[in-house]
Design a protein around this ligand. Sequence first.
Ligand SMILES: *[C@@H]1O[C@H](CO)[C@@H](O)[C@H](O)[C@H]1NC(C)=O
Ligand SMILES: *[C@@H]1O[C@H](CO)[C@@H](O)[C@H](O)[C@H]1NC(C)=O
Ligand SMILES: *[C@@H]1O[C@H](CO)[C@@H](O)[C@H](O)[C@H]1NC(C)=O
Length: 260
Amino acid sequence: MQLLLLLLSLFFPNLLLFIHPSITYAKSIIEPCSSSDSCTSLLSYLLPWDSKLSEIASRFHVNISDIFSANSIDPTLLPSFGNQILPTKSLLKVPISCSCVNGIRQSMSTTYTVQAADNLDSISEGYGRLVSAEQIRSVNGINGKEPLASGESIVVPLPCTCFNNSNHGVTTVYLSYVVERGESLSSIGDEYGTTVMDLMAVNGLGQPVIYPGDILAIPIPACSSANLDWRNEDLIVSNGSYALTGNNCVKCTCGPTHLK
Ligand SMILES: *[C@@H]1O[C@H](CO)[C@@H](O)[C@H](O)[C@H]1NC(C)=O
Ligand SMILES: *[C@@H]1O[C@H](CO)[C@@H](O)[C@H](O)[C@H]1NC(C)=O
Ligand SMILES: *[C@@H]1O[C@H](CO)[C@@H](O)[C@H](O)[C@H]1NC(C)=O
């Protein structure tokens, strides 16, 4: 993986900004890709302010029922469905589809309509720092000197990794996670049931060192149609979530008992 990144950086010098340790940009794993198919990934979204579930769904351009299922929320138990307000600092999983753009796995399908008081930094904050102000600026070719125009629609490039939905032969969904102050690879590993070694390998880290703002890909074991009798070829459901289908399982839940 390190070698691949090194090779890639020869062709795309800007990538060095993300992986060179002496430069202060946050690190983020880059997954080279070649096929045109898309795949599913998760974002870990730490709410920057109190938000309605429906607002979060529209911010990320995802179906609210997919947010319920990714977080194993039973909507019938919510008093007010999408109007439910989640408090600041709630941690929510947001499912997104990753495509292959310019040879790199990424999601470019989320757009954001600029509001009157916005600047690039406040937009980055609104997305829980899953995307930096610099990344938004660069993808949209925004000139730093001109203010954003209210009502303007901009692309929000969100991190995405799939790695073939596999990790050491185990069906896996990858969660893009923004490192918070005070966290280490071992605290994150404990939280998500993985190891420092595995996090280093997945993220191509040469040293077990991370900084606040870095974006890690965390492997989450998943159930798939291949190992459960769901008779739906394409279904991959991460641990602690469910999927709704019109087919065989209807509500396909993945938990510790299914992963054995
Ligand atoms: C969201 O998903 C539900 C269930 O799959 C579907 O009925 C609904 O039409 C979808 N809504 C949108 C806006 O895609
Ligand atoms: C991904 O999976 C496909 C099908 O299982 C396989 O053919 C391909 O070699 C895998 N790619 C990588 C990079 O592991
Ligand atoms: C699956 O998630 C549960 C919590 O929902 C956790 O206790 C369990 O260790 C996880 N299993 C694996 C294999 O990660």
